[in-house]
Design a protein around this ligand. Structure first.
Ligand code: RIB
Length: 301
């Protein structure tokens, strides 16, 4: 009996955002816009995105006992996420320092803070959240050991989705559980190393050979490429054309929508076709969680 469409295990960060004309070179200072503070973090972003679309969603994460932690908890609750699994304390809430340039592209430095204190013990203690989820998704702003424990704790029949961001070498037990592994060009090239090749199709085939059951490569404005290891089929999924304002969190919204739709029983290509629309909608507004669309807004795109 599944009582959550999606359980997200991952990070929650306060995003400290400054708009810049261009990023500083080493040793250089540039002036930027006024600072804005937004709820973010790849885990909290995924949970907020899924809940905003209408998925019943829970978040397993750790924040600090501080104002940023409060901001994040309030944002999750406002989006409709079950926050019973959000642990509080142990270190300051994670912070992401983000610059956004006029094209909408961002650069991010994350101080993990409390995210780094989400431990394998915390996962073992959260069995009552893991057991009733159709799909569990994770990213890599929490320790890899913690993600590996999620994989070990997954009940039979629960689907696992991983966005390996920021990228790190993945143990084979984690790779084997991914259905799909969802990653962008940068993450694909990191994981594949020198053997990556140049085309998304090369990355997808190379990644499948490492063990995941399926792979989705996100291609920004060009949409996504899905690769199912059961059939060896590769399918390109185009994205609607939109005016990009801020790409922050668009990948998280994509992954959340994909995971939710897979849990509802859609096949990989159909779920990705929905997810690219969610990602496209998310880049048309500033911020991460504030930019995520409702299901009605996705239909209107
Ligand atoms: O993926 C976007 C997110 O990455 C931001 O919200 C920031 O917190 C970093 O984790």
């Amino acid at each position: 009996m599944h009582s959550y469409d999606l359980l997200v295990v991952g990070s929650a960060n306060a995003d400290l955002v400054i708009g810049v004309e261009r990023r500083p070179a080493p040793g250089e200072t540039v002036l930027g816009s006024d600072l804005t503070v937004h709820p973010g973090g790849k885990g909290a972003n995924q949970a907020a995105a899924a809940a905003r679309l209408g998925a019943s969603t829970a978040l397993l994460a750790r924040v600090g006992d501080d104002a940023h932690g409060q901001l994040l908890l309030e944002a999750q609750r406002a989006a409709g996420v079950d926050t019973a699994g959000v642990l509080v304390g142990g270190a300051p809430t994670g912070v992401a320092l983000i610059t956004v340039d006029p094209s909408g592209d961002n650069s991010i430095v994350v101080s993990p803070g409390a995210n780094a204190r989400l431990t394998p013990d915390d996962i073992r203690a959260a069995g009552s959240l893991l057991a009733p989820a159709r799909v569990v998704s994770a990213q890599l702003e929490v320790p890899l050991d913690t993600v590996a424990e999620v994989v070990r704790t997954l009940p039979a029949g629960t689907r696992f989705v991983l966005n390996p961001s920021p990228p790190a070498p993945l143990p084979s037990e984690v790779l084997a559980a991914c259905d799909p592994l969802v990653l962008n060009e940068h993450e694909a090239r990191f994981i594949l190393g020198d053997s990556a090749g140049d085309a998304p199709e090369d990355w997808a085939r190379g990644l499948l050979a490492l063990g995941p059951r399926s792979v989705v490569v996100t291609l920004g404005a060009a949409g996504a490429l899905v690769a199912d290891g059961r059939t060896d089929a590769l399918v390109r999924v185009p994205s609607p054309k939109v005016e990009a304002v801020d790409t922050t969190g668009a990948g998280d919204a994509f992954t959340a929508a994909l995971a939710w739709r897979l849990g509802l029983g859609q096949d990989l290509a159909a779920a990705a076709a929905y997810a690219v629309r969610v990602g496209a909608a998310a880049v048309t507004r500033a911020g991460a969680q504030e930019s995520f669309p409702t299901a009605e807004e996705v239909s209107a795109l």
